[in-house]
Design a protein around this ligand. Structure first.
Ligand code: DC
Length: 202
């Protein structure tokens, strides 16, 4: 069995950066599970039926710049509330988690539902204002114009939907270690995560 790290948390808390850095540090494979839901959301925006889109998902569908767009994020959050869509994506995520060389999966329900036996569980969070500020800066660089208030409303909307859904809501696993990045430089958050994973025997 490989070593599995789960990293959950709300949008723009820093989990993507932390997950990539932890994977690189330990030589583990990394899966951004949000991309699965974004790819399904993108297909639904093009007119597909959510479950059919989830069942037909291919690796190539995950490699697409449009998946980062705000409207795709909202569509992802909506399809992610459908139990049939979530169920269709479980096996792929669990096989990935069981990779012999070790794996880091980031998302919303990795420590609670996908990998309840993960070797290390991190829950990366930050205040909604800080996360909106970070997302606003990222989107501005990419030229995707949204006002700060729109970005904050988007973040709060997704938080409410992701935490409030009945199936696999966003919440820390009972044995997750929380990293609040609100007042941390990203380098310090990465260092904290690496140290926690190391301490668990990676
Ligand atoms: O991590 P992200 O922002 O790319 O995720 C997009 C949406 O997908 C998020 O709002 C909720 C959903 N999601 C989920 O329900 N479960 C996951 N493991 C990952 C993402």
């Amino acid at each position: 069995m490989g070593f599995t790290v789960s990293i959950d948390g709300p949008a723009a808390a820093g989990k993507g950066t932390i997950s990539k850095a932890v994977a690189l540090h330990f030589g583990f494979a990394h899966l951004d599970t949000g991309l699965l839901y974004r790819a399904v959301g993108a297909k639904v925006l093009e007119g597909a039926e959510p479950l059919a889109a989830a069942l037909a998902l291919m690796a190539d569908d995950l490699d697409n710049d449009t998946l980062r767009r705000p409207e795709v994020a909202q569509a992802a959050s909506k399809v992610a509330a459908l139990p049939a869509v979530r169920a269709a994506l479980v096996d792929f995520q669990r096989s990935f988690a069981a990779r012999v060389g070790g794996a880091v999966l980031d998302g919303r329900d990795i420590g609670t539902v996908i990998c309840p036996e993960a070797d290390v569980k991190l829950f990366v969070t930050a205040s909604a204002e800080v996360r909106a500020r970070r997302r606003f800066a990222e989107l501005s660089v990419k030229g995707l114009a949204q006002s700060f208030d729109e970005v904050l409303a988007d973040v709060q909307d997704r938080d409410a939907r992701d935490m409030g859904r009945a199936d696999a809501p966003l919440k820390p696993a009972a044995d997750a270690i929380e990293i609040d990045t609100s007042d941390m430089a990203i380098e310090d958050a990465v260092a904290a995560a690496v140290a926690l994973v190391e301490a668990k025997g990676a």
